[in-house]
Structure formats: C-alpha cells, structure tokens
Design a protein around this ligand. Structure first.
Ligand code: NAD
Length: 489
C-alpha cells in the first residue's frame, strides 16, 4: 500500500480551501511500472462518503506526466503485442488468483472511498474478476477465420490483432468491476492500456495495478493517470491512443464519444440509465417484491443497472403497500457496519440532487409513499445518506421520471395493459436494461420482441427450458431468471 500511496505528514491546504492537520495519503501515478508521486500543483480531496472526512488526495496529473504515461504504453506495445498469447495468458491466470486472494482488502478500500456495503463491494470485485477469468480463454477468443478458395488459388485468412494503445475512463460507482472490464481484456489481446479512474475512488484501481504487476505484467503495459477534464481531453486528443472505453454519465460520454471519434479513435461510451421493471399481475408476488427491493435500493441505487422505475400493470398496483413495508425493513448504515443494506451516496452534492428530484416529484403531483430524505444514521450524522424512497403516481412528463436519479429511489407508474407498459418504456430515451415479472411465457416473449432496450431480464417462476435451448438465451445464475442480450444488426 505504501508503494501506491504515501503519507503527507505536514499541514497541507486542501482543494476545498481548508487546511488538513492530520496525515493525508496521496494517490500516486503508475507510470512505466513505478508508483510515482505527482508533481502537480493541483490536487483533489477524496472523502469517506459515510463521514465526509478527507481520507486522501489525488493529483490532477501534469501534461508531462500524462505524456510520460502514454509514451510508456507506446514503447511497451512493441514487445507486448509480439509476446506469445500463451505468455500473456499465464499473467492473467496468475492475476485472477491474486485478485481472489485480495478480494477482502479490495472490498474494504471500495467501501472506504465509495461507501457501498462490504457485501456489495465484494460483489463489485467479483464481477470484475469474472472478466479476468474470461481473459484466460484468450487462446480460443483470438482465433481467426479462414475461407479457402475464395477465388482460384486464393484463400482468405482473418486474424484478430491488437490495435495499439487503448485508454479507459471509469466512473465512481464500480471502482473494481469497471476498470476490470477494460484493461485485462484489452491487454490480453496484446494492447497496452492507459487508465484514468474516477478521481473520487482512485484507490482500488491502484491496488489492481499493483496486483497486475505482481502477476508479471511488464512495465508500461498498464499506466494510470489521475485527473478530470484535462486528463480526459488528453486521452481524446493524443494520436498514439487508438481506442477509448468510457463508462459514466451521458454528459461526459457524449462529449468523449464526439471528441474521440473526431480524432479518428474507436470510442465506446456506456452511459446513463433509467431501467424499467414491468410487473404483471400474474407474477409471483413474493419473488417480485424481493427482486424489486434489491434491484431498486441495493448499492444505494448507484448502479447503472439499478431498477429505478416500476410499472405496475393492472391488479399489480395493489402490491404497493407491501413493497413499501419491505423497503422499510432495509437498514441504512455506513457500508462497513454489520447488517448494513444501504450505504451512503458518493457526495453531499449527489445527496442534494437526489433529494431535489424527489421534491420535484412532489411538486409535480406525485406521492411519496416512503421518504428517505431525512434519514439519520447514528454515529454517521455527516454522511451522505438517503434512505429507500418510493414515489408513486408518477407520470412520464415528470422530471423525476425523465432524469436518472442514481440514488435509492423507486419511481412507480401504473399501466392498464402490457401494451401500455411497453409504450411507456419505449418512449423513454434511456435503454440500458429492463425486466419483466411474469409467469406467462407468451407475455415474456412479446415483451422481449417489442421492447427497445438492449438487455431484457425475465423473472419467471416456471422454468422455460425449451426457450433456453431452442434460442440459446443466456441462462442466469438465478434459476427463475433469464437474461437476454438483444443485438440490433
Ligand atoms: P461521470 O460521467 O461523472 O464520470 C465518469 C468519468 O468521466 C470520470 O472518470 C470523470 O473524471 C470523467 N468526467 C466527468 N465529467 C466529465 C466531463 N464533463 N467531461 C469529461 N470527463 C468527465 O460519471 P459518474 O458520476 O462517475 O458515474 C455515474 C454514471 O455512470 C451514471 O450516469 C451511471 O448510469 C453511469 N454508468 C453507466 C454504466 C453502463 O454500463 N452504462 C455503468 C456504470 C455507471
């Protein structure tokens, strides 16, 4: 840990204008295989969201430091891209074991900086670990294709080749999983990687870099810079960077997509969400209510796949009082406290934003059935807590419906029929994921085909093994649930 962070024992001015009298750790940069202290005059505070205490500082890397990082990636690319696939695979086989061995430590760091409960934090690492495990199949993932005799005496071969230096820009809500979506897969293919983690939660990425180094990744194959807009602009503009992966808000994602694409880079932007869960009256009530509560309020709603909008169809609207009772049972507390279900939001600004979106619903005629705005957490009075909140009588023209809330808030709409529910979902500009709760296969099929959202989850209480085998749909870990990835071609 001291390699990645060092303690500054002197009295230091903080970005907030306050002075810090106690020791504050500084986050280092990772350049050319070394954890180095930034020379930047500009630093940002890192807070514990449960207390708002400053727990560290992160630099805005200087232009020279960013250049050094990308140059290191470029130099390493020549050797790394020529390294045998089996040698690259061996590094990631060791890496996945090191992540497993350190899952608890990584989770503690996530809870400290991000606020989520320790169980959620372990899940965060675990989901990323699954991607690292997937990289270990690179020997078959990189296979090419051949077509003999495309014309007389000529065959066609397709190779999968690395593209060069790739860059990742990540958000605060999954400090382990999202960086692990990016650099392991990019690197195992032979690319080198420049990562800019969220400036609000940089610690986990640094620990992941150290573990990768311990697994044997050569110097320069992964570099990490910190910062905000300047670092993002640098990535969008530097000619050596060939591809950018972004995950975060629409505002940043659209900007990065445009600026990076204009510079001829491949850019993928995974952005905001407003995920709808359609509840049919024939659904299994017990299962549905449990799933709704977990999906709406888990991780304090700070998940791009949070189920933040429920559409109750027909008689299912009568389930609201029971939904409220279940949500009331969740315990709001600091993420490292035993029994905590809902941790704090990332910042006081996030809390204020969530509260104001709840109020906007009230002002526009919605009903707050469960109000988490004034929740008090003993011993953590300065934390950014909002308790589970359920807003009913919501209509599609309301601000709380149109905007991503990104907090533990479930907005509830009603519809008379499945067709009406589908119309509502398809009119919403967001489309990350959606779920339908039903025991009727025909209803599930209709929803899948007519809803315009990329990921569809069905919650059954029956097992439709015919569908699974006939259509090759992905069978999820929950035996009553199928997760379908829809692709438009
Ligand atoms: P964010 O957009 O504020 O930050 C993401 C990254 O972009 C950070 O590294 C940040 O430094 C940078 N950034 C922020 N504002 C910028 C700007 N104006 N210009 C250039 N760069 C900027 O996102 P966040 O608050 O950290 O994360 C929450 C958002 O991420 C939510 O909208 C959530 O839905 C989304 N998200 C999406 C997915 C997905 O897969 N679609 C997954 C997780 C999170």
């Amino acid at each position: 840990a001291t390699l990645m962070r060092s303690l500054v024992k002197k009295r230091v001015p903080l970005q907030t204008g306050r002075m810090c009298y106690s020791s504050v750790s500084t986050t280092k940069l990772f350049i050319d295989g070394k954890f180095v202290e930034s020379k930047s005059p500009e630093w940002l505070d890192i807070h514990n969201p449960a207390t708002n205490e400053v727990i560290g500082r992160v630099p805005k890397a200087t232009h020279e430091e960013m250049l050094a990082a990308v140059d290191s990636c470029s130099r390493a690319y020549h050797t790394w891209s020529e390294t045998s696939i089996l040698a690259r695979q061996q590094i990631f086989l060791r890496y996945q074991q090191l992540i497993k061995d350190n899952i608890k430590e990584l989770a503690k760091l996530i809870t400290l900086e991000q606020g989520k409960t320790l169980a959620d934090a372990e899940g965060d690492v675990f989901r990323g670990l699954q991607v690292v495990e997937h990289t270990c199949s690179i020997t078959s993932l990189m296979l090419g294709e051949t077509l003999p005799s495309i014309t007389k005496d000529m065959d066609t071969y397709t190779y999968r080749m690395p593209i060069g230096v790739c860059a990742g820009i990540t958000p605060f809500n999954f400090p382990a999983m999202i960086p692990l979506w990016m650099f392991p897969m990019g690197m195992v293919c032979g690319n080198t990687y420049l990562l800019k983690p969220s400036e609000r939660v940089p610690g986990c990425a640094m620990m992941l870099a150290k573990l990768l180094q311990d697994a044997g990744a050569p110097d320069g194959t992964l570099n990490i810079i910190h910062g905000q807009h300047d670092a993002v602009n640098f990535i969008c503009d530097h000619p050596a960077i060939k591809a950018i992966s972004f995950v975060g808000s629409n505002q940043a994602g659209e900007y990065i997509y445009e600026r990076g694409s204009k510079n001829g880079k491949r850019v993928q932007s995974n952005m905001g969400a407003k995920n709808h869960g359609v509840v049919m009256p024939d659904a299994n009530k017990e299962n549905t209510l449990n799933q709704l509560v977990g999906a709406a309020f888990g991780a304090a709603g700070q998940r791009c796949m949070a189920l933040s909008t429920a559409i109750l169809v027909g008689e299912a609207r009568n389930w609201l009082p029971e939904l409220v009772e279940r949500a009331k049972g969740l315990r709001v507390n600091a993420g490292d406290q035993p029994g905590a279900d809902v941790g704090p939001l990332i910042s006081p600004q996030a809390k204020e934003r969530v509260n104001s979106l709840i109020q906007s619903g009230v002002d526009e005629g919605a009903k707050v059935l469960l109000d988490g705005r004034n929740v008090k957490v003993k011993g953590y009075e300065n934390g950014n807590f909002v308790g589970p909140t359920i807003v009913s009588n919501v209509t599609p023209d309301m601000k709380c419906y149109k905007e991503e809330i990104f907090g533990p808030v479930l907005v509830v709409l009603e519809a008379d029929s499945l067709d009406d529910a589908i119309k509502i979902v398809n009119k919403n500009p967001y489309g990350n994921g959606t779920a339908i709760f039903t025991t009727n296969g025909a209803v599930a099929r209709k929803y899948t085909h007519e809803v315009d959202v990329g990921q569809v989850i069905f919650f059954f209480f029956l097992i439709f093994s015919f569908f699974i085998h006939e259509h090759g749909w992905v069978y999820n870990t929950h035996f009553q649930c199928i997760n379908l990835q829809k692709e438009r071609v």
